[in-house]
Design a protein around this ligand. Structure first.
Ligand code: MTE
Ligand code: MO
Length: 249
């Protein structure tokens, strides 16, 4: 597997997908549906269009001098300790499940692919926010490489950490997965992602609340349903507290 060295191929697929989106929104059928939606319920129509909108981006001057650490700050597993000791040299991001080409990507391969940098605000439900600059690999480019099957409805992010032996995980749907600001970040404020903030890579899904921003991502699994996964509600906090699976902002 040549990983992300075929950069031009990925860039080409990216623009093809974008052209596809433009075709969808201008198609008469979708316009008709949107018009119907407008008549039926304005909020429904707004919901449809808003999910693809970009989260606000900020200027370097807006970056928070201190970004709080929340939840786990160092996974306890011996596996993670070993990866940390080797500077993640043997670490691989696994992409599995309903994909045509399961992947095992090194950090170098991830960094060699298309990259995106964005300065965004993180909003935690516990009532704090912080702005940081994130650089990472668009999830869309990884998913295109892996070739997700038509049956895929969700992406599950399996993390290295746990709470009392219960693994942390999260999930998103395909709208968020292919959103241009959804990246696997390896760099925070131009430094390698600190361990406390989720090294080696964390999800940034900028239209969602803090608990969706999975740290310590080890494996991405494409699934048709969340039913069989841990508590079945799509995430650690969704399973263990009242947090909603859909955490759009
Ligand atoms: N693996 C993992 N991801 C996680 C958490 C966690 O405990 N473990 N906490 C979540 C919550 S509630 C928030 S607000 C953010 C905190 O990210 P930070 O530590 O970089 O501020 O990560 C989210 N992702
Ligand atoms: Mo949070």
């Amino acid at each position: 597997m040549t990983g992300f060295s075929r950069r031009s191929m990925l860039v080409a697929t990216g623009s093809a997908a974008l052209a596809g989106c433009e075709r969808i929104t201008t198609s008469p059928t979708v316009r008709k549906v949107l018009t119907l939606g407008e008549k039926a319920t304005l909020s429904g129509q707004r919901f449809l269009t808003d999910r693809n909108a970009l989260a606000p981006e900020f200027a370097p001057v807006d970056i928070s001098p201190r970004f709080r650490v929340n939840g786990n700050f160092l996974p306890r597993s011996p596996d993670f300790a070993a990866h940390l000791a080797k500077g993640f040299a043997d670490w691989r991001l696994e992409v599995s499940g309903l994909v045509r080409r399961p992947l095992r990507l090194t950090l170098a391969e991830l960094k060699a692919g298309p990259q995106r940098t964005q300065i965004t605000r993180h909003d935690c439900v516990e009532g704090w926010s912080a702005i940081a600059e994130w650089t990472g690999t668009p999830l869309a480019s990884i998913l295109k490489m892996a070739g997700i099957s038509d049956k895929t409805q969700y992406l599950v992010f399996h993390c290295a950490d746990d709470f009392s032996g219960m693994p942390f995980y999260e999930s998103i749907d395909l709208v968020d997965a292919f959103h241009p600001q959804t990246i696997l970040a390896h760099t925070m404020n131009r430094q390698p992602l600190p361990v406390a903030h989720g090294a080696p890579v964390r999800l940034r899904v900028e239209r969602a609340l803090g608990y969706k921003q999975a740290k310590y991502v080890m494996r991405i699994e494409a699934v048709a349903s969340l039913a069989g996964i841990y508590g079945g509600k799509g995430g650690y906090w969704e399973d263990h507290s009242g947090y909603q699976w859909f955490a759009g902002i």
